[in-house]
Design a protein around this ligand. Structure first.
Ligand code: SF4
Length: 61
């Protein structure tokens, strides 16, 4: 599984970093998914982060 943050949409709220720090981190004022591919045990929190993103900037593939 792969998580991708669209930097053109991300508003830098840090919510995904708080809910899934093993996958997402801030780089400047945008979040990035730095764990690629997402490990099995972090798939659930990655999906949760995608669901919770207020601007739907996270794609799960
Ligand atoms: S939750 Fe969405 S808007 Fe907020 S930092 Fe993460 S990707 Fe960006």
């Amino acid at each position: 599984m792969k998580a991708i943050v669209n930097p053109d949409i991300c508003i830098g709220c840090t919510l995904c970093v708080q809910s899934c720090p093993g996958v997402f981190r801030m780089e400047g004022d945008k979040a990035v998914a730095y764990l690629d591919p997402v490990s099995k045990e972090l798939e659930a929190c990655s999906r949760q982060a995608a669901d919770e993103c207020p601007v739907t900037a996270i794609a799960i593939q």
